[in-house]
Design a protein around this ligand. Structure first.
Ligand code: UGA
Length: 433
């Protein structure tokens, strides 16, 4: 089958890699970004994502990377993997999707329009009305950045929204290996599939906000949220996933999907109380953590803080809605001198563009040299295995603010340790080891 994939972010490229590896299809991989396509043609992957680069290189002869819309002609299926970012009013911005659809409409008269982008409920129906010669299938993706290919290749479930039996058959055939090995297929209306994507993301986000709210409460009670979450998660009805308290969730999905769902609910006169609370808790979580820093340093002017973790989570270079972005302006407004570090060069470069005045460095050692305090904002393994003796030898101050609870409270002997939803750890001595 000739399949076109439109929009080559991590979702689009995970789809290209997955389909290429099956050796069943001829693929056209389209993006409007000329520089990205030039890199992909050379075999260079534009961002770090487990496993995808190797497959794209190996299967290069099956994939036509292009910016030319004429190349899309003759495909049986068009996968739409373009972004649907939040507009100022929270609603999903569909203009990338609309442009992509219009382009396909110019070069083809029929085929499957497969919507992988996260779109407001009712979008597929509108597309079907506008493009009546095509069949519109909603196939929401459930990929996490960093494990996108693995999640696409080994899904927990496949959710298909369509109107006719032949549309479901098309996806069953496309994903027949999954069907044969018992991956559950959930077939439903387009509207249900669209809502399933939002409801799933909001549920995961709600778990995070729930444990973050409990973390704040735990502190006032003298309880330890890590112990609480460990024991809660042992009940399989609750589960451990998404129960790590911290500085809140970021990324290109949870925050904007929450906004989009709330905007759509608002427009239809529906209140989504849990979704509202989920977003509100997450908006205030970085500020709650900032208060801890302010409490420790009533006068923050001139304090030198090494900020670790610019990306929204570990093992990605993506800084979209990262907590680093919401905290940095507050720290700078308080007169803090930051030295910022992330293992990802992409995260460092993009953060630097937003905060040209901040010193961004390429190594952990450079960031901590002479720092008064260390602030951890993501769960990188490099941050979870800090060498205390080294920190003592290079840092001026003796405090670690851990926004991800990477250590046990009494792990550090020579540093004050302040984390989320737990008692503070106090250094045992001033003496350097
Ligand atoms: C999320 C979902 O997990 C995917 O299932 C979904 O397909 C994807 O959005 C999407 O809509 O495309 P992603 O944003 O890549 O994937 O990242 P997650 O690993 O879910 O993490 C999101 C945020 O939550 C990160 O900032 C992370 O640090 C935070 N988090 C995660 C916590 O604070 N606590 C946790 O226990 C787990």
């Amino acid at each position: 089958m000739r399949i076109a994939i439109i929009g080559l972010g991590y979702v689009g490229l995970a789809n290209v890699a997955f389909l290429a590896e099956s050796h069943r299809h001829e693929l056209v991989a389209f993006d409007t970004d000329e520089s990205k396509i030039a890199l992909l043609k050379k075999g260079t992957f534009p961002f770090s994502e487990n496993g995808i680069a190797a497959i794209l290189k190996k299967e290069a002869k099956r994939i036509l990377f292009t910016t030319k819309e004429q190349e899309l002609t003759g495909a049986e299926a068009y996968f739409f993997c373009v972004g649907t970012p939040a507009q100022d009013d929270g609603q999903a911005d569909l203009h990338y999707l609309e442009n992509a659809l219009a382009m396909v409409g110019r070069v083809a008269q029929k085929g499957y329009l497969i919507i992988r982008s996260t779109v407001p409920v009712g979008t597929a129906k509108r597309i079907q009305d506008d493009y009546s010669g095509f069949r519109v299938i909603s196939l929401p993706e459930f990929l996490s950045e960093g494990s996108a290919l693995e999640d696409e290749s080994n899904p927990f479930r496949i959710v298909v929204g369509a109107r006719q039996e032949e549309d479901f058959l098309f996806i069953r055939n496309l994903r027949k290996n999954d069907l044969n090995r018992g991956v559950p297929f959930h077939e439903m209306s387009n509207e249900s599939a669209e809502l399933c994507k939002y409801a799933s993301n909001l549920f995961l986000a709600m778990k995070i906000s729930y444990i973050n709210e409990m973390a704040r409460f735990a502190e006032t009670l003298g309880a330890d949220i890590v112990d609480v979450a460990d024991a809660m998660g042992a009940d399989p009805r609750i589960g451990h996933a998404m129960l790590k308290a911290g500085v809140g969730y970021g990324g290109s999905c949870f925050p904007k999907d929450g906004q989009a769902l709330l905007a759509q609910a608002g427009a239809s006169g529906t209140s989504l109380l849990l979704s509202e609370a989920t977003s509100a808790i997450n908006r205030t979580q970085p500020l709650y953590f900032l208060k801890k820093i302010e409490k420790y340093y009533p006068a923050m002017k001139g304090v030198r803080i090494a900020l670790f973790g610019l990306a929204y989570k570990a093992r990605t270079g993506d800084i979209r809605s990262a907590v680093s972005l919401s905290l940095t302006p507050h720290l700078l407004a308080n007169g803090v001198q930051l030295s910022a570090y992330d293992p990802s060069p992409e995260a460092r470069a993009n953060y630097q563009k937003l905060f040209p005045g901040v010193k961004v460095v390429a190594s952990l050692a450079e960031a901590v040299a002479g720092a008064d305090a260390l602030l951890l904002l993501s769960e990188e393994s490099e941050f979870a295995s800090l060498d205390e003796a080294f920190l003592c030898s290079t840092m001026k101050g003796r405090v670690i603010f851990d926004g991800r609870n990477l250590y046990s409270v009494h792990h550090f002997r020579y540093f004050d340790y302040i984390s989320v939803g737990r008692a503070n750890g106090t250094r045992i001595t001033e003496i350097k080891p």
